[in-house]
Design a protein around this ligand. Structure first.
Ligand code: BG6
Ligand code: MG
Length: 225
């Protein structure tokens, strides 16, 4: 049972990586490569925990996992994060609309046709480039600038700002996420959370689907009834 009724919903605030497209795989690949170089053991827990987390916070989590958080200066940490980003940017430069996850384009068209407002709430500074390569820029007239945030996910700030950009009350917005930290952020912002992916990981989501193809307005309405 969701917090509000489906009829009260006026806008959708989307995460990008792992929701619109599978860039989470590229983030994972690039971080895993850096972790190996730093001699930090990679694990599924670390991989899941990094989802939705900003670039510098992700690096800190990796260093902490290897008990190496005090081994590098600030400038060295910036250089490591830049190295990861260079590898990531190389991956996303090859992206095309074929990299849009199943059902997402149809869902965005349906939202538009039904008058819902749409915003992007991605922690990624590469978000606008990814949208451009996917040819989806026009669907997202409102994008929260992650550089403007004082705290990253799981803090609600990014989702609160998403609703603000749309001029909507948070409770009339649905947030869509693949990360546990993102679901926590949506719930704390008092929006309705839709999780895409693993039931255990996304146990706090108000509504959850196994994959993006299942995310339709009809299915969301049914799940919120
Ligand atoms: C989030 C991803 O969307 O963006 C994280 O889930 C990533 O994995 C974060 O670290 C920041 O991305 P970027 O592109 O600014 O390094
Ligand atoms: Mg994500």
């Amino acid at each position: 049972m969701a917090k509000v009724s489906f009829e009260q919903i006026k806008g959708f605030v989307f995460d990008l990586d792992g929701v619109i497209t599978d860039t989470s795989l590229y983030h994972t690949k690039a971080w895993h490569q850096l972790a190996d170089k730093l001699d930090v053991t990679w694990s599924k827990e670390l991989e899941d925990g990094l989802k939705g987390i900003s670039r510098m916070d992700s690096l800190e989590m990796i260093l902490k996992a290897g008990h190496k958080e005090n081994d590098y200066t600030h400038d060295e940490k910036v250089a490591l994060a830049t190295e990861k980003n260079t590898n990531y940017v190389n991956e996303i430069s090859k992206m095309t609309p074929e990299n849009i996850l199943p059902g997402i384009k149809a869902f965005l068209d349906d939202l538009r046709a039904n008058g819902y407002q749409i915003a992007l709430a991605s922690a990624s500074k590469n978000g606008p480039t990814v949208l451009k390569n996917l040819e989806l820029t026009d669907y997202f007239p409102k994008i929260v600038d992650p550089a403007s945030l004082s705290k990253g996910k799981p803090d609600p700030e990014i989702y609160t700002k998403g609703a603000e950009l749309l001029g909507l009350a948070p409770e009339t917005c649905i947030g869509v996420e693949d990360a546990a930290a993102g679901i926590e952020a949506i719930n704390a912002a008092n929006e309705v959370s839709v999780g895409i992916g693993d039931a255990t990981l996304l146990k706090d989501a108000d509504v959850r689907f196994d994959n993006t193809a299942e995310m339709t307005l009809a299915n969301i309405k049914k799940a919120m009834a």
